[in-house]
Design a protein around this ligand. Structure first.
Ligand SMILES: NC(=O)c1ccc[n+]([C@@H]2O[C@H](COP(=O)([O-])OP(=O)(O)OC[C@H]3O[C@@H](n4cnc5c(N)ncnc54)[C@H](OP(=O)(O)O)[C@@H]3O)[C@@H](O)[C@H]2O)c1
Length: 254
């Protein structure tokens, strides 16, 4: 087994479930010390337990990424416990609404902007401020979505606008900070095997049937497949990959 992240510290937001948990487990399996962040304690503790049962090291820190002080506290905790911050994955995100634009509530609009856009900005800023002080710099991967820059979907316009912003933040920040030794990229998943890709009232079997008809590959991506893309971009294998976006979408935007 390869161990591309031995003795490195990786921070993953939204790591109590779904893609974030799979990313955290994958980093730990390749030797990283992992800091997992999210708002709810219990799912984070479950992720830590899974990592420790497999022989890895992890730390859970509760944080709301929409609050600057919380995000700074996560970065500080990572450095205090493990000595550095080498990798960060800004994965925390929410999908709210499903209505056409005219029927979106103020709350659904603001919540998605606060978490998906401001949350990524605040995390990026705190992470880069730390990484640029380190001789080895660091690598950051933001989780955008094919619903952002790549694909339009009725009923997902507010979410799509936030994810397009993540793509633009990624590219701009990548140019701003590659000279500081901080490499920034994004992964854009399409429909992935988490509760977020279920339509209201839809079962997993129902989604599987929909995917057979809608998606060239005929199925959703597994969370481990998205995690593999994240680890590649965060690793030295991608040392010359800067400001790009890796789409993992079962061929939906091919
Ligand atoms: N699943 C898909 O089909 C798909 C496709 C494209 C992109 N994505 C993106 O992939 C990322 C992960 O989604 P997922 O599918 O794994 O969904 P998920 O299981 O709902 O994971 C989202 C995670 O983010 C955390 N989170 C939400 N708001 C937060 C906040 N304010 N501060 C800190 N943590 C917060 C949640 O934990 P708490 O509630 O405890 O905070 C949760 O663990 C999201 O950015 C999503 O937009 C997903």
């Amino acid at each position: 087994m390869t161990s591309r992240f031995t003795d490195r510290t990786a921070l993953v937001t939204g790591a109590g479930s779904g893609i974030g948990r799979a990313v955290a487990l994958a980093f730990a399996a390749e030797g990283a010390n992992v800091v997992v962040a999210g708002r709810r304690r219990e799912p984070l503790d479950e992720t830590v337990a899974l990592i420790e049962e497999a022989g890895g090291k992890a730390l859970a820190v509760t944080a709301d990424v929409a609050r600057a002080a919380d995000v700074q506290a996560v970065v500080d905790a990572a450095v205090e416990r493990f000595g550095s911050l080498d990798v960060a994955v800004n994965n925390a995100g929410v999908f709210r609404g499903g209505q056409p634009v005219a029927d979106l509530t103020d709350d659904d609009w603001r919540t998605q902007l606060d978490i998906n856009v401001t949350g990524v900005f605040l995390a990026l800023r705190a992470e880069v401020r730390r990484m640029r002080t380190q001789p080895a710099g660091g690598a950051i991967v933001n989780i955008a979505s094919t619903f952002g820059m790549h694909k339009r979907q009725p009923g997902a316009t507010a979410y799509a606008a936030t994810k397009a912003a993540v793509s633009v933040l990624t590219r701009g920040a990548a140019l701003d900070h590659i000279g500081d030794g901080v490499r920034i990229n994004a992964v854009s998943p399409g429909a992935t095997d988490t509760s977020m890709s279920l339509q209201p009232g839809e079962t997993e079997a129902g989604r599987a049937e929909r995917m057979r008809n809608e998606v060239p590959l005929g199925r959703v991506a597994a969370v481990e497949e998205v995690a593999a893309a994240v680890l590649y971009l965060a690793s030295d294998d991608a040392a010359s990959v800067v400001g790009t976006e890796l789409v993992v979408d079962s061929g939906q935007t091919a």
